[in-house]
Each structure stands twice: as C-alpha cells, then as structure tokens.
Ligand binder design. Structure first.
Ligand SMILES: NC(=O)C1=CN([C@@H]2O[C@H](COP(=O)(O)OP(=O)(O)OC[C@H]3O[C@@H](n4cnc5c(N)ncnc54)[C@H](O)[C@@H]3O)[C@@H](O)[C@H]2O)C=CC1
Ligand SMILES: O=C(O)[C@@H]1CCC=N1
Length: 263
C-alpha cells in the first residue's frame, strides 16, 4: 500500500484526508505542534509523524499542504531526506513546478502541482493537476487517484494554473458571497435568513447541474428564464446596468494578479 504524507494539517489537508479510503492508502501527517498533530491524527484515524523528516522517510507521496509563505522553509528542512522514489505534491497557490524544483534543490525530483478547492470537504473538489518530467506514469496515476477520491481532476497546462486557481480554487468564496447577497435580499423582503439561504443554495446547485446536464450555454438559459416583458428581464437588465459581468471579471483578474505575487 502506498503511503501518503501530509505536511501541514489545516483546512485543505483535513478535507482531502477525510475523503481518502484508509484501506487503500496509508496516511501519515505532520504539523508544527506535535501534541496538536497527534490529536488530529486520532480524529482523522491516521498516523502522526514526530517530525517532517520522519514523515518523508515513511512516505511515497509527500503532500505539501502549508501556506505558500511557509512552504520554502518547510521544504528546506526536507532536502536531505528526499529521493527520486518519493513524489512531492504541492497544493500551494502561486508556487510553480520550477519554484518547487528550486526549493527542493534537486535537478530531477518528481514534483506534481495540484490546485484543489474547499469542496474537497464534501468529496466534490474541482482540482487541476500538472507534473514535471521526472514523475513516472504510475506515480502520476496514483496522484490522480488521490484527488479523484475527493472530486474531479482536470489536467491543464501549467501556464493556466493561476486562472484555474481563481475560477475554481478561490471561486467558492465568490459563489458564497453571491448566495449570501441573494439570501439577504430575501431577508429584506421578509424571509428568514436560514430559509432564504437554503432556497438560494438549492437553486444555485440545480442551476449549475442544469448547465452541466443540458450542455446549453449560460446565456441561452438566461433567455429561457426571461419572459418578454416579464419579471426576470427586469432583474437581468438591472444586473447589467450595475456592471455584474464586469465586476465578476475584475474580481477574477485581481485574484489571478495576487496569485502571481504570493511568494
Ligand atoms: N483553503 C482553500 O480553499 C485552498 C487552499 N489551497 C492551498 O492549500 C494550502 C493550505 O491552505 P489551508 O489548508 O487553507 O491553510 P491552513 O492555514 O488551514 O493550513 C495550513 C496548516 O499548516 C500548518 N503549519 C504552519 N506552519 C507549519 C510548519 N512549519 N510545518 C507544518 N505545518 C505548518 C498550520 O498550523 C495549518 O494547520 C495553501 O498553500 C493554499 O494555497 C489550495 C486550494 C484551496
Ligand atoms: O486564498 C488562497 O490563497 C487559497 C488559494 C485558492 C483558495 N484559497
């Protein structure tokens, strides 16, 4: 059985570990506070390493799940313990395969970059994956299996990772903002907040399902909902007049821009 080590056990690592079948993968974790790591290991039903070095020694795959600003110092502690039969997987935003190779101080270290999202927590992450030339087919297939266990995996070119990170990694936050704003409008007009949030969430979920299942493009569905002289088109025109599309595009561009300056 392959052993997967997670360094940094915060929101993302916890979400991913929760979705993995412990009968198919051996899982080991290490953090920066041993008593806390041991408690997390108990809760997640996985092993705790005494330190990062021990984790690396015992792991076939090492998932770097710390913040991008912390990752360089973590990786610098691992340099002397890495070998070509161990694959590094980074889920950090903003650090390229080339940055990671440089930080690992190795010319031919197998490295995979993945961008998951918070929906891993319910087994529905939309993740992107890319590898360097030192990852063999079998390691790449196992890495894809790890992230397929918590959602879907898209192979994309590394040049598109910043864009993917914005429209899939960060976008759940923007979607929650949209849901909350619409629910608040429901409250303004008399509905209880919990009920309004549930109503909007169900509608957002079904509308996304509709797009995926029907294969129609979003604007043709907008037109289907908008009766001539009816209610929907009044709201559609108000959104347009208030720069809804442009505002969303600006937010994605700002997110992409920030990703490029994280390290
Ligand atoms: N939160 C999200 O929605 C997403 C996050 N990511 C990426 O995932 C990575 C982790 O993000 P989160 O889980 O959100 O952050 P987090 O802050 O919840 O988790 C990071 C964990 O690392 C631990 N840590 C700090 N210093 C450490 C060290 N020296 N050694 C070991 N552990 C240490 C912290 O105690 C914390 O538990 C980041 O690089 C982020 O860019 C990627 C996609 C989505
Ligand atoms: O906000 C962040 O930096 C991370 C990357 C994608 C989602 N959260």
């Amino acid at each position: 059985m392959q052993t997967i080590g997670f360094i940094g056990v915060g929101k993302m690592a916890t979400a991913i570990i929760s979705g993995l079948d412990k009968n198919k993968f051996e899982i080991i974790i290490s953090g920066h506070n041993l008593p806390k790591t041991k408690k997390q290991a108990e809760e997640l039903d996985v092993k705790a390493a005494e330190n990062h070095e021990e984790l690396v020694q015992q792991s076939d795959f090492i998932v770097l799940s710390v913040k991008p600003q912390v990752l360089p110092s973590v990786l610098s502690q691992l340099i002397n313990h890495l070998s070509k039969d161990k694959t590094l997987i980074s889920i950090a935003a903003g650090l390229t395969l080339s940055d990671l190779k440089h930080l690992a101080d190795s010319e031919n270290q197998p490295i995979i970059r993945v961008m998951p999202n918070i929906n891993a927590q319910i087994g529905q992450s939309t993740s992107a994956i890319v590898k360097n030339e030192f990852v063999d087919d079998s390691a790449y297939e196992i890495a894809q299996r790890i992230f397929n266990a918590v959602g879907s995996v898209h192979e994309i070119a590394e040049k598109d990772f910043s864009t993917f990170a914005a429209i899939a990694g960060s976008s759940p936050a923007f979607i929650y903002m949209f849901i909350d704003a619409m629910a608040r409008a429901g409250v303004l007009h008399g509905l209880p907040k919990d009920q309004a949030t549930a109503i909007v969430s169900e509608t957002v979920k079904a509308s996304a399902e509709m797009l995926l299942q029907s294969g129609e493009n979003p604007w043709s569905l907008v037109d289907k909902v908008s009766s001539p002289g009816g209610t929907t088109v009044a709201g559609v025109v108000s959104l347009e007049q208030n720069h809804f599309g442009g505002t969303v595009i600006d937010a994605i561009s700002a997110t992409i821009e920030r990703e490029k300056h994280l390290k």
